[in-house]
Design a binder for this molecule. Structure first.
Ligand SMILES: C[S@@+](CC[C@H](N)C(=O)[O-])C[C@H]1O[C@@H](n2cnc3c(N)ncnc32)[C@H](O)[C@@H]1O
Length: 245
């Protein structure tokens, strides 16, 4: 199973999280990490430009990569609306490596959890390592399935471009041994099923992920819970900040 943002799922992502939207304070967190910097940044899994566009406005020298052409097209349109030009690459992270090109690689909003297997995840981390300059930094957000309840259904409606799109999201399966969950998401227009997809989210224990990073060669790391927001008592997001040293 390959996780892929197609036409309607990309449209809904953009509608619900347009550029500039902060999720749990992540935009403020990334600004605090990246500003002011001189270096070159790669956003892995750039999506619709939710963070990429505000960071570009703050003059961050940033490149965005995404394997979904549908998302890249939306990001491009969002750039044009703002009269901005951005450097976007449509490619799978598994295949992308540019030797010592970046000072920072950021992977916000659970993109890393979307890598379907641990083999793929390791390959992507090795690519990140090679693509970072010496002393370069990775910042990766990982989420934990704290709200997942197998069998639960959620339904939402969105009115976009004169159409009502109904989204039915089924929490299908959770595998505590292999550490993944699967959601089935169906998109309907006029009661007709238009698009359907399964999303597999793989998750990692904190110590486990620190060890994975150390085995690749990353070092000098810290992790931050919920972007430093102590009012949220549940551990939802863990951000790993490690260096290539
Ligand atoms: C949850 S969205 C996050 C978008 C954006 N970073 C944000 O914070 O709003 C995840 C994005 O990662 C992309 N993605 C997932 N797996 C990928 C892979 N293997 N290679 C490149 N992009 C990937 C998806 O297409 C999607 O646009």
């Amino acid at each position: 199973m390959a996780n892929h943002y197609k036409q309607i799922s990309s449209l809904i992502y953009d509608f619900t999280k347009p550029p500039g939207t902060s999720i749990d304070g992540d935009l403020e967190f990334y600004k605090s990490q990246l500003l002011p910097i001189q270096g070159k940044v790669l956003e892995a899994g750039v999506g619709n430009g939710r963070l990429f566009i505000p960071l570009l406005k703050y003059k961050v020298d940033i490149v965005g990569i995404d394997k979904s052409q549908e998302m890249i097209n939306i990001c491009q349109k969002n750039l044009e609306k703002e009269n901005l030009t951005g450097n976007l690459i449509c490619q799978d992270l598994e295949e992308y490596r540019e030797f010592e090109a970046y000072d920072y690689i950021i992977v916000p909003n659970a993109t890393f959890n979307l890598l379907e297997t641990r083999i793929k995840a390791t390959k992507v981390l090795k690519n990140f390592y090679d693509s970072l300059k010496p002393q370069g930094t990775i910042i990766i957000d990982l989420i934990l399935p704290i709200e997942f309840k197998a069998g639960s259904n959620h339904q939402y409606s969105h009115y976009i471009d004169d159409q009502t799109i109904v989204v039915k999201n089924l929490s299908k399966e959770i595998n505590w041994i292999e550490q993944y969950s699967i959601n089935q998401i169906d998109y309907y227009i006029n009661e007709q099923l238009q698009e359907s997809q399964e999303f597999k989210l793989s998750w990692y224990g904190c110590e486990e992920f620190c060890n994975i990073l150390a085995n690749i060669g990353f070092n000098d790391g810290v992790f931050i819970i919920n972007y430093g927001n102590k009012r949220n008592l549940n551990v939802k997001t863990i951000t790993f900040i490690f260096k290539k040293v």
